[in-house]
Design a binder for this molecule. Structure first.
Ligand code: ADP
Ligand code: MG
Length: 299
């Protein structure tokens, strides 16, 4: 393509609400065969809400740990996390009028959760992989409770105090209103659609089913998201990756074409070829179509 025709396409993309960081990607976009979508903030709205706090009956923790105190301490720790789930927990604590404190210590486990010391107690907050890594034992009812929440497309967050599992928090993130339509349109064009997420398999499957995605890779760490993109490319696919998080950045770089949600983290935006100013997934279809149309004009 000539510099002139690329400039024209960049202008058309802007009209669609797509900022082009890399003009060459506008050409590659016409050849895409697989679209890989992150879940949280990409297929879902990224406006998660804390819906339930379930105290685990068997927890051998003294009665001083009540729901409000638990929420206050977890929210206090989450103030140091950039994860969208963190804001759901903080918002609920603030709605409940809880006054957050400064933790004595904080550790982030990318793609798994957080831990730290609040009011002299050691809190660990995150997914099952984090509980396993920190050697926190599961209780009998926790597996069934978390599976129930997950099958409702909610994300279960495990909370341990001093290495004892004490509660499960459930977080719901509504699916984008145009997600099912956009995915149907991708499939109608012969594109393969894959969802990649750091969240657990049951929640991921529940979301995928609602939007018509058949291929789901769950429980993946950021490097594993990138590895999955490379694997698809080795199998001959031309991959468009769509994401918003720090955890999507390596995959966005490796993909043939990277789309970042404009609401996403700076590192995702810097790693992508395109930034979507609207949260609508349909804009991805529009961009791929624009790319095809402009390539046909050039030929
Ligand atoms: P996604 O790929 O869906 O955007 P992430 O890789 O960012 O998901 O996160 C994977 C999982 O790690 C989350 O579903 C959650 O269970 C856990 N997690 C990550 N960060 C936090 C946090 N700050 N607080 C609680 N849990 C977290
Ligand atoms: Mg995300």
């Amino acid at each position: 393509a000539t510099p002139m025709s690329i400039m024209v396409s960049v202008g058309r993309a802007a009209q669609l609400g797509v900022l082009v960081r890399n003009g060459e990607a506008l050409q590659t976009a016409s050849k895409v065969t697989t679209v890989v979508l992150d879940k949280t903030g990409t297929v879902t709205q990224g406006a998660p809400e804390l819906t339930d706090i379930l105290m685990l009956s068997e927890s051998a923790v003294d009665e001083s740990v009540n729901k409000a105190e638990l929420l206050k301490n977890v929210a206090s720790l989450e103030q140091h996390s950039e994860h969208p789930l963190a804001s759901a927990i903080i918002n609920k604590a603030k709605q409940d009028g809880l006054v957050l404190v400064e933790p004595e210590q904080f550790t982030n486990y990318q793609g798994m959760g957080i831990s730290g010391q609040v009011n002299g107690q050691q809190y660990s907050v995150g997914n099952l992989s984090l509980m396993q890594q920190l050697q926190i034992g599961e209780s009998a009812d926790c597996e069934q409770l978390s599976a129930e929440l997950a099958s409702q497309a909610k994300t279960p967050i495990f909370v341990a105090v001093d290495k004892q599992l004490v509660a499960i928090m459930a977080i719901a993130d509504p699916i984008k209103t145009d997600a099912a339509e956009a995915i149907r349109a991708m499939k109608a064009k012969g594109l393969k659609v894959v969802m990649l997420t750091g969240d657990n398999q049951i929640t991921a499957n529940a979301v995928a089913e609602k939007v018509g995605i058949d291929t789901v890779v769950a429980n993946v760490l950021p490097e594993q998201k990138q590895a999955k993109v490379l694997e698809l490319q080795q199998a001959g696919e031309v991959v468009a990756m769509v994401g918003d998080g720090i955890n999507d950045a390596p995959a966005l770089v490796s993909a043939d074409v990277g789309f970042a949600m404009g609401s996403g983290t700076d590192i995702a935006i810097e790693s992508a070829d395109f930034t979507l100013l609207s949260s609508r997934l349909m804009v991805i279809n529009d961009t791929l179509a624009l790319s095809k149309a402009s390539m046909n004009n050039i030929k």
